[in-house]
Ligand binder design. Structure first.
Ligand code: PEP
Ligand code: MN
Length: 354
């Protein structure tokens, strides 16, 4: 076992506060209990609701309550803006941080308008991922703020809407924030486990995954009395519960000062490199056979797809995978990808003139 006891681990930036600002008392009571747990206090003022006639936020009258949070607790305050009037009201009130919600990030017109209203303003902006898993739309929104000179930018990963049955309110699809980080290594990414989970049960697990993926912060909906919350009632926790969640997080370091650890890791990575090279060689060999099959089918005027063969491939490969204790879902996804490209290769052959 490696000694990890004495290392300094960087704590995540914690953003906490209710889904919605409901009353001055609710805002202040919650904020005061968050002083030693969070750096930034969040509260929605204008709430984008899926259906009309639900609580749509209290609007501008909550801005002075957020000012009181700043003055009485020293916490920075953040709220969601969805149009230029929201931006102007927040700037006038001296809100520290603005965020763009998932329902706004989907629309480049809205994002552009908000960005232009912030031209020349020195303020932090956080951009939530769009509702659906389209990385370029998320990046496009961030770029629009970058282009008007907002340099204090960060992204919030709040999960993605899915029609498939899921344990999550919004599927995390961790590969998307990971790709965002690969393309923008300096961009802080904050995870919002509340909107990913949709309930309090999975908050700790999602937060831990975010930490293990080296994300920079957590935005967690917190209410002094979650049962009476006017929005997102199932997913909010109390400040005390937030404290427990944060205390139980295992923080690991993305680097390790120990040379022995680094050299052991390098060795394992070299082994992975060798195996990946073999994998690519084998994919090359498989593709060569696929091309031969494609030419053969063409000569004999046979369709590319024989559905029974595809079912047979999928089920036998999943069985082989299970024998190796591999996740059948992973094997299914792997062969769906391989098969997709096999069909594409054969279809190119069919269309070519030779
Ligand atoms: C929120 O943060 O309360 C909210 C509305 O989030 P999202 O835009 O992620 O749905
Ligand atoms: Mn919410």
């Amino acid at each position: 076992m490696m000694d990890i006891q004495n290392q300094q681990f960087q704590k995540p930036l914690v953003i906490a506060g209710p889904c919605s600002a409901e009353s001055r008392e609710q805002v202040l009571t919650t904020a005061k209990d968050l002083v030693d747990k969070a750096t930034i206090f969040r509260a929605g003022i204008w709430k984008p609701r899926t259906r009309p006639n639900s609580f749509e936020g209290v609007g501008e009258k909550a801005l002075p309550w957020l000012k009181d949070v700043q003055a009485e607790t020293g916490l920075k305050v953040a709220t969601e803006v969805a149009n230029t009037e929201h931006v102007e009201a927040c700037l006038k009130a001296g809100i520290d941080i603005l965020w763009v919600g998932a329902r706004t990030t989907v629309n480049p017109f809205y994002v552009q308008e908000i960005a232009e209203a912030l031209k020349g303003v020195d303020i932090s902006v956080m951009v939530k991922n769009p509702l659906h898993p389209e990385l370029s739309l998320w990046m496009g929104a961030l770029e629009r703020f970058n282009l008007v000179g907002i340099s204090k930018l960060s992204a919030i990963h709040r999960g993605f809407f899915t029609l498939e049955k899921s344990a999550f309110r919004n599927e995390p699809k961790w590969e998307l924030p990971i790709k965002l980080k690969r393309l923008n290594p300096d961009l802080p990414i904050i995870c919002d486990p509340s909107h990913i989970s949709g309930s309090t049960q999975m908050l700790a697990e999602v937060s831990q995954t975010a930490m293990d993926l080296n994300m920079d912060g957590l935005m967690i909906e917190t209410h002094y009395k979650p049962s009476v919350a006017l929005s997102d009632v199932q997913q909010q926790i109390t400040p005390i519960e937030l404290g427990v969640l944060l205390d139980n997080l295992i923080l690991r370091s993305s680097t390790h000062p120990n040379a022995q650890f680094r050299s052991a890791l390098n060795k394992l990575r070299q082994e992975i490199d060798i195996i990946d090279k073999k994998l690519v060689d084998i994919v090359g060999q498989r593709t060569a056979i696929v091309q031969e099959i494609g030419r053969y089918k063409k000569e004999n005027a046979v369709t590319i797809l024989q559905i029974e063969r595809w079912f047979e491939i999928l089920s036998s490969r999943k069985e082989w995978g299970e024998e190796m204790t591999l996740d059948p879902q992973m094997i299914a996804e792997l062969f769906e990808l391989i098969h997709k490209h096999s069909v594409l290769t054969q279809s190119h052959i069919l269309k070519s003139n030779d």
